[in-house]
Design a protein around this ligand. Structure first.
Ligand code: HEM
Length: 379
């Protein structure tokens, strides 16, 4: 009801694989994402500017709440493209996503005044906004390779196309899958870095070397630089393991399976618990310790699955890592943050995030007197 019954998550077989091919193609790193990096950098910078602006008046913000705005903007950019969603439309989409999200884990009753009832109405409005965009873009020849364009242009072997409802459910679903997940991981990265000053300094040194090579931030990050941040990348991997934000998934045995002497009969539901695998001392010694160096060697196959595995594995994993790397570069080279309070405890909303979304203050590094660029074009 709240995502849309035609969204690919809920399907298998032919329909799922057709859609998955389109979603994957629209998010492929070399063909698509590298062209989005200048815009993602601009979004990271403007998000940091607004965060730091609030710190100027000593405001404490919920890190998760603020980062959700960034991950939402990036998702809208990757799915719809830049020109398609004007600022007013984006504000409406963001507001309605927020309401859907609140009702997503609430008791499903249609009684007016409940979170679920509000979420159903917000989902209806989201559908109307997205269908308007679809109608407008159908005849636009400049659709490029973004997901919206891919879905609109889709034709199967017999010339069949996707209905507006199928397109809308998938667009809405992909943005939904992208927003809180990425913001949650980024929030954990900031927490783990704040907890370990030595590591923070080492990651900062890696980013400062790139910053200096780019003439003190005068040049924008290049694709090659983003793909070569080994320590920062390992910190992200270790944060994904520690937080295991998608801690499990659902599957169904499609045939009788025998596993370690147990029979899982066909049709039984199976819940692989990613977090238990990620926290098993057999695969990750001293699993409660935050130690990015464990990723200096690749983990054993099927022991590290923050983005799932198999036919339903996450098609957005490269985008998620890219936007986190870009954000961290600009944060570490031009800004500082300070966690307010102990920063301990976990809250499920429904993904695990540090308690109260990690209250923190952000401010601009005093040494950076030059105005920061708001736009980037490294090509
Ligand atoms: C750090 C951020 C992210 C994490 C940890 C994450 C994790 C996951 C996981 C574990 C699954 C598989 C669920 C299952 O097997 O049942 C999944 C599926 C999915 N994710 Fe992500 N994801 C992230 C970001 C994104 C982004 C940025 C996008 C899109 C732009 C995205 C789009 C999707 C979609 C469409 C699926 C469904 C795939 C299918 O059913 O075939 N995700 N994600």
């Amino acid at each position: 009801m709240l995502i849309g019954k035609s969204a690919l998550f809920f399907h298998q077989g032919h329909y799922h694989s057709r859609l998955k091919t389109l979603v994957r193609a629209s998010l492929s790193p070399h063909r698509r994402l590298r062209h989005l990096t200048p815009r993602i950098q601009s979004l990271a910078l403007s998000s940091l500017h607004s965060l730091a602006a609030s710190a100027a008046s000593a405001a404490v913000v919920s890190t998760f709440h603020e980062l959700k705005k960034y991950s939402f903007d990036v998702a809208v950019l990757a799915v719809f493209g830049e020109v398609v969603v004007d600022p007013r439309c984006k504000r409406e989409l963001s507001r309605d996503y927020g309401i859907v999200e609140k009702g997503y884990n609430s008791f499903p009753t249609r009684i007016p005044g409940t979170a679920y009832h509000a979420a159903v109405s917000a989902r209806k409005r989201l559908g109307e906004i997205v269908r308007e965009i679809i109608t407008r873009e159908r005849n636009n020849k400049e659709k490029k390779g973004l997901l919206l364009g891919q879905l609109l242009d889709f034709k199967d072997g017999e010339g069949g196309t996707l209905t507006d409802e199928e397109i809308a459910d998938n667009l809405i679903g992909v943005v939904f899958a992208a927003r809180d997940t990425t913001a949650s991981v980024l929030t954990w990265v900031l927490k783990f870095l704040a907890d370990d000053r030595k590591l923070l300094e080492a990651v900062k040194a890696e980013q400062m070397a790139i910053y200096e090579a780019n003439e003190g931030g005068g040049e924008c990050l290049t694709w090659g630089q983003i793909r070569n941040m080994p320590l920062t990348y390992r910190v992200i991997m270790e944060s994904l393991r520690m937080a295991s934000i998608i801690s499990f998934t659902f599957r169904e045995a499609v045939a009788d399976v025998e596993y370690k002497g147990y029979l899982i009969p066909k049709g039984w539901k199976v819940m692989p618990l990613f977090r238990n695998i990620h926290h098993s001392p057999e695969f990750f010694p001293d699993p409660q310790k935050f130690d990015p160096s464990r990723f200096e060697v690749p983990p054993r196959p099927n022991t590290f699955m923050p983005f799932g595995n198999g036919s339903h594995a996450c098609p957005g994993n490269e985008l998620a890592k890219l936007e986190v790397l870009i954000f961290l570069h600009h944060l570490l080279t031009n800004f500082r943050w300070e966690v307010v309070g102990k920063g301990n405890g976990v809250q499920y909303s429904p993904f695990p995030v540090p308690l109260e979304g990690l209250p923190a203050r952000f401010w601009r590094e005093p040494r950076s007197s030059t105005p920061l660029k708001h736009s980037c074009n490294p090509f």
